[in-house]
Design a protein around this ligand. Structure first.
Ligand code: NAP
Ligand code: MG
Length: 477
């Protein structure tokens, strides 16, 4: 049993003002795995006050001082990363190889890219006689989801620290452990008091209070569209900056010249990673209509090859995060069947032989119409839909016919054609033939939000621009 009952405020582990706790459930066993404290408004006041007080000093530190801190965080993170990976397996059910692999690798990757970006970030830039300064925006509230918990914490905290901001983090109730260990990492690395603060608790109480707080200058949310909208509403009266990293229903286009079997298998397996709980998942697979039969055969085989079971064991896929999430996935599978999509793999219920835990079947629907609910709404589970297209124009039209615009994937042999297709897709992040880059900006268009995180681009969210005219002496006549 894990007991994380203290909050990190002003450089100390402190008791909550009011004692109130909540159980954390292990999604693989449905049993209680630990407890956290639930913050009240009084705790929010303490944390924001600490961050406000620390801003005066931290905002005036040098690049070198902040670099030294980031390097200390990197060293401390390396020592604790396997513990963090195990916590992720316990809190949200990622298979151990994934928790101690890609999950913690993303955290480490963001630390490393922040270090590199900080070395050269243009905090000051002289243009003619005008000095353009990029100054830390102030006190930042960070509200994170449970699906890639370490990734989302690192991708906010590191650029905020690097640019001289102070902050209050509110991790998800469903996955609070990895954030708790990360806070221990920051403490050990010597983050000055008040610069980083963390409260555990509910979005409805803590998240809402942070979003509305007059002493908070920026709120960064990664989460659902509904919550992103709520936060923007709460933030509006105080005119704070709102950075939204929301959901997606991203298209994975396989072009006609591609090896269909190989690409469909890759897209199907990719969809099931993290039980499909990835905002940027390629959840709409677009294949040429005339090759639908080929795609179906490959997807069936690939879905059947995805083993499901105990995340501490040697399986490709664990459970989804919670009972609610399990019920949501089941609801969408039922909708897909009712809408007349062709169920070619998986389906309702738990996989055979599993009687407990929030395990779903790797599910694939084929011959899906893009107008169907399962093609329009984010399932956030291991459910792939395959949609046929007539030609490239049709593929692009289908891909762009979505309220979301987070990610996209284009695979094909002809690189120029892939690039041309990618240019016409209305999304913020596109991977061509498996491209991946920690330094590329990550974020969405349309209802997927307005933020851009990762690498140097993430720094821009946390800075204000100041123009100082007449900074440089006028050239002699
Ligand atoms: P969620 O329900 O929107 O929750 C996200 C966070 O917001 C949690 O910490 C939650 O607190 C908090 N929250 C809830 N209500 C709030 C309110 N009224 N005010 C302030 N904060 C509030 O999302 P989720 O279910 O955890 O995560 C899944 C969603 O995140 C999906 O839509 C996914 O696509 C999206 N996502 C996007 C990205 C991206 O980078 N674009 C990355 C990953 C995930 P609780 O702990 O109380 O729930
Ligand atoms: Mg939720």
């Amino acid at each position: 049993m894990r007991e994380y009952l203290k909050f990190y405020i002003d450089g100390q582990w402190v008791d909550p003002v009011e004692a109130k706790t909540s159980n954390v459930i292990n999604p693989a066993t449905e049993e209680v795995s630990g407890r956290i404290s639930m913050a009240s408004l009084a705790d929010v006041e303490k944390a924001v006050a600490a961050a406000r007080k620390a801003f005066a000093g931290w905002s005036q530190t040098t690049r070198e001082q902040r670099l030294e801190l980031l390097l200390a965080i990197q060293a401390e993170y390396a020592k604790r990363q396997n513990e963090i990976g195990e916590a992720i397996t316990e809190e949200m059910g990622a298979p151990n190889a994934l928790g101690c692999g890609f999950h913690i690798g993303l955290g480490g990757g963001h630390i490393a890219t922040a270090i590199e970006a900080l070395k050269t970030f243009p905090f000051e830039e002289l243009r003619g006689q005008t000095m353009i300064r990029r100054e830390p925006i102030g006190v930042c509230a960070m509200i994170t989801p449970w699906n890639w918990p370490m990734n989302q914490v690192a991708v906010k905290v590191l650029p905020a620290l690097a640019t001289g901001c102070t902050m209050v983090l509110k991790p998800p109730q469903l996955a609070p452990y990895s954030a708790q260990i990360f806070a221990e990492v920051l403490d050990k690395a010597g983050v000055p008091k008040g610069v980083f603060n963390m409260l555990q608790g509910s979005g409805a109480v803590v998240g809402a209070a942070l979003s509305a707080h007059p002493q908070v200058d920026l709120v960064s949310i990664t989460g659902s569209e509904a919550v992103g909208v709520e936060i923007a509403r709460a933030a509006a009266p105080t005119v704070k900056r709102v950075c939204q990293e929301l959901g997606g229903k991203s298209a994975f286009i396989v072009l006609d010249d591609a090896d269909m079997a190989k690409n469909v298998a890759g897209a199907t397996g990719g969809m099931m990673i993290n039980s499909g709980q990835t905002c940027s998942a390629g959840s709409r697979l677009l294949v040429p209509k005339k090759r639908m039969a080929e795609a179906i055969a490959a997807a069936k085989e690939a879905a059947a090859a995805v083993t499901v079971g105990d995340p501490k064991g040697n399986f490709a896929m664990g459970p989804v995060v919670s009972k609610n999430q399990f019920n949501e996935v089941q609801r969408y599978i039922e909708i897909g069947i009712k809408e007349g999509a062709e169920l070619i793999a998986g389906g309702p219920g738990r996989p055979d032989g599993i009687g407990k835990g929030y395990f779903c079947k790797p599910t694939v629907f084929a011959n899906v119409d893009n107008k169907m609910v399962i093609a329009r709404e984010e399932v956030f589970g291991p459910v792939l839909v395959i949609i046929g297209y007539d030609d490239i124009d049709d593929a692009i039209a289908i891909a762009n016919d979505s309220d979301f615009g987070l990610a996209g994937y284009v695979n094909g042999i002809d690189g120029e054609q892939c690039n041309a297709v990618a240019k016409r897709m209305r999304t913020g992040w596109i991977s061509i033939n498996g491209g991946f880059d920690f330094n590329a900006p990550f974020g969405g268009m349309k209802r997927s939000g307005n933020g851009r995180e990762w690498g140097e681009f993430g720094f821009h969210e946390y800075v204000e621009i100041k123009a100082m005219l007449g900074y440089a002496p006028a050239p002699q006549a």
